[in-house]
Write a protein that binds this ligand. Structure first.
Ligand SMILES: [Zn+2]
Length: 370
């Protein structure tokens, strides 16, 4: 437990199996009508860690003679490491469970959860056969539900206590926290921003030292870039408290670096497609080419962002799909740019303030046709 800024405590949960359960941060703001942001894992081991953390927070409140109530718990998005612990937290703190409509529709039951993460056949990523590592993990995720649910200690939430709008201002112990929709890593993602202190509870979109996982069906590359730009433009932003790792103390620089990294990665994928010539390249070969000599775990992580990047490139007509002996292949599209592909307007000296004018697929194509 650590008080990161006055009144905001970080409690760290560590899973037993690191590869599947990276350490996750839960932010507790105790007070008269306190709030817990993100709910972490729901396994007995993880919940015990959280309870220890919260009792340390309570001890601090007692020493200061301040109330230590948690009126509600709100997750940043409906991934298991963020919502699995909701039921347990509500049970032992008495906090109400607050969700956005999108989250509630997703985690209401095993069935809604499973449907929400089914592949989208309208996007290229939904038509690609996964690698063996990817298939193995999909089996773990969807085939043997009880194993997957046990791993994270998942409890579904059929009846949340309140639905929060994605643009609501919440008053927490007298402080205003603005809910902001931050889709990208997942389409139901939100953050909480306190403009007085410049602190953003950012969830998974911007992490200090690791690249955020992106992959179908819940992620979207264009939305991710727009969200990062929106975050960078928040007036007075000083600190991002992410769901994994330590605080981001130079948020605008970190966001600029991530955008630059995504631009480079997008360019790599486009170059590989262009080099493949008229026969095109399959997604699997593309991943192998980019991750030559890396382990299976890396491949699985890679598969997500490569697929998502291909979706983006196809939707913005930089790349086209063809069928080659029944297999999906990617070839150069009509609008393959020579230079920057994702963020044409961010120049090296503009890096402190990333421009939000990305190559938005819908916008750009409509503009070009008109
Ligand atoms: Zn996540």
């Amino acid at each position: 437990m650590e008080e990161i800024v006055p009144g905001v405590f970080r409690i760290l949960q560590k899973g037993r199996i690191h590869a599947f359960m990276p350490p996750v941060n839960i932010y507790a703001m105790p007070g008269r009508d306190g709030l817990i942001f993100d709910a972490g894992y729901g396994t007995r081991h993880a919940v015990a860690q959280l309870r220890r953390g919260l009792s340390q927070v309570a001890a601090v409140c007692r020493r200061r003679g301040l109330p230590c109530r948690f009126a509600r718990v709100l997750p940043s998005h409906a991934h298991p490491d963020h919502f699995a612990g909701l039921a347990a937290i509500s049970r032992f703190t008495g906090a109400e469970i607050w969700l956005t409509r999108k989250m509630a529709d997703r985690i209401g039951s095993r069935l809604t959860y499973r449907n929400a993460y089914a592949t989208d056949p309208t996007r290229p990523s939904g038509q690609i056969r996964k690698s063996s590592a990817g298939r193995w993990l999909t089996i773990l995720e969807s085939g043997s539900e009880s194993l997957y649910e046990k791993l994270y200690g998942m409890y579904f939430v059929p009846r949340p206590d309140r639905i929060v709008s994605e643009r609501e201002a919440l008053t927490v112990n007298g402080r205003q926290w603005q809910v902001i929709a931050t889709p990208g890593h997942s389409d139901d993602h939100i953050g909480l921003y306190d403009s007085d202190s410049g602190v953003l509870l950012g969830g998974d979109n911007v992490l200090r030292s690791v690249t955020t996982w992106l992959g179908p069906p819940g992620s979207d590359l264009a939305a991710y870039v727009r969200t990062l730009c929106l975050m960078a433009a928040l007036p007075g932003l000083k600190l991002i408290l992410g769901a994994h790792g330590s605080p981001v103390t130079d948020p605008r620089q970190r966001i600029a670096d991530i955008l630059e990294w995504r631009e480079r990665r997008t360019r790599q994928v486009l170059d590989a497609v262009m080099e493949a010539g008229p026969g095109g390249i399959g997604a699997g070969r593309l991943v192998r080419q980019l991750y030559r000599g890396e382990g299976l775990g890396k491949w699985y992580m890679a598969e997500g962002w490569v697929m998502l990047t291909l979706d983006y490139l196809v939707e913005s007509q930089r790349v086209r799909t063809i069928r080659n002996r029944g297999r999906l292949r990617f070839v150069r599209g009509d609008h393959a740019p020579e230079d920057r592909v994702l963020l044409p307007l961010v120049s090296p000296h503009e890096r402190q303030v990333p421009s939000c004018r990305i190559h938005d697929p819908a916008h750009r194509i409509a503009g070009e046709k008109g």
